[in-house]
Write a protein of this length. Structure first.
Length: 390
């Protein structure tokens, strides 16, 4: 029964997808007349066309993992440096030597750079925002003599956002970095001792002891967990529009990892954790574009539209878009001509077989299909949760 049920669902889904395909040969009439933007709406029209400007600021490091002092011990035979890990944090140390030359150095893991680079990479990949460069950001900070310490309050963030001309700022914090070490060496030693006391042949004992120690070494290690929070702030209002906490873990195959290994693991967690934000950012910064072409069939009862967005802009088959309309009205008090922005009772549905890198054809659905024109601005509709989501 289950197979039959899912088979029927698949057939329905397949038929539904097939019906969304567009055969351009069926649409022989091209609508050449573009939209007429009233003078009072031209500024609003240009503003709608511009992608939102976003800047990523340095994150506050609230963890116990920051700038560390590393002690190197040098002698005639070797150089050693160790890092102690406990539930209270990390501390630098070294092995004891009879003759030693102590050299101290300060190491900055620069975790904020890993966060900023990762966020900028994700924002660039979604294709619907204009990312403000770190170089321009630092120039403004230097000119205004601001401290980018990661300890900004929201008021300072809004002030900086207005200075650099962005609409949204992404910032946040590294909340915690925890360490969990698992060491099976004592158990392996006990098991080896018990094997030695058995009546098993010496050769088999050695094989068993080797296997136990190899397994203990493979299973032992240090789990490093990194927890971060990011938030999106509206520069105009200072309001926090979106906030999310992310936790990512990774394993180091050592019970006494070096400082460099820990830095690498934490940065790995940051980079891979922030990759999961793409879906959230894509939903928040919904892609906008405009209609390039409009075509109708011979009876003018079916209309299709080509848009200036494609799969490299994060568009997928089945995505739907709403259409902006601009009109003017007279303010009854000031008697000035003002611009009114609203949405048509019509939507665009992207065709599976007409999706290109930066262009796509869509079917026009709704009551006002004949009012759709080249130049109309469109915006992707945020998808609702699926019936089959769990």
């Amino acid at each position: 029964m289950k197979k039959i049920f899912f088979g029927v669902i698949f057939i329905i889904f397949f038929i539904g997808c097939s019906n969304k395909n567009i055969d351009l040969e069926e649409y022989s009439h091209t609508i050449y007349t573009p939209i007429n933007v009233p003078d009072a709406c031209k500024a609003e029209y240009q503003k709608l066309l511009q992608p939102p400007k976003v800047a990523v600021l340095k994150f506050t490091n609230n963890s116990n993992f920051g700038v560390a002092k590393i002690t190197n011990l040098n002698n005639s035979s070797n150089i050693g440096a160790t890092l102690g890990i406990s539930q209270f944090g990390i501390g630098a140390g070294a092995h004891q030597h009879s003759k030693r030359n102590i050299v101290n150095r300060v190491v900055d893991p620069k975790l904020d750079k890993a966060i900023i680079s990762s966020f900028e990479s994700v924002l660039t990949s979604i294709g619907s925002v204009q990312v403000y460069s770190r170089e321009d950001l630092q120039k403004i900070i230097n000119e205004q003599k601001l401290q980018q310490s990661g300890l900004f309050d929201d008021k300072t963030i809004v002030k900086l956002g207005k200075l650099i001309g962005v609409e949204y700022i992404i910032t946040g914090s590294i909340d915690a970095i925890s360490f969990d070490t698992t060491n099976y060496s004592p158990l392996a030693q006990l098991t080896s001792l018990l094997l030695l006391q058995t009546n098993t042949k010496t050769k088999n004992k050695l094989i068993g002891i080797t296997g136990v120690n190899l397994a203990a070494k493979a299973l032992s290690g240090t789990k490093i967990k990194t927890t971060m929070t990011f938030k999106i702030i509206d520069v105009k209002t200072g309001e926090i529009l979106f906030s999310k906490q992310i936790t990512k873990s990774s394993e180091i195959a050592s019970t006494h990892p070096t400082y460099s290994q820990i830095i690498g693991a934490v940065k790995y967690n940051i980079i891979n954790g922030l990759k999961t934000t793409k879906a959230d950012l894509s939903q928040f910064f919904t892609p906008k574009g405009y209609i390039l072409q409009v075509k109708a069939n011979k009876d003018y009862d079916n209309v299709i539209a080509q848009i200036n967005l494609g799969y490299k802009d994060g568009i997928k088959a089945g995505d739907t878009f709403k259409i902006y309309k601009l009109n003017t009205f007279i303010n009854p008090i000031t008697h000035k001509t003002m611009c009114d922005i609203y949405f048509m009772n019509t939507k665009l549905v992207i065709s599976p077989n007409q999706l290109q890198a930066h262009r796509a054809w869509s079917k026009v659905k709704g009551d006002d299909i004949k009012k759709v024109k080249p130049g109309d601005i469109i915006e992707k509709i945020k998808p609702k949760k699926s019936f089959f989501s769990f």
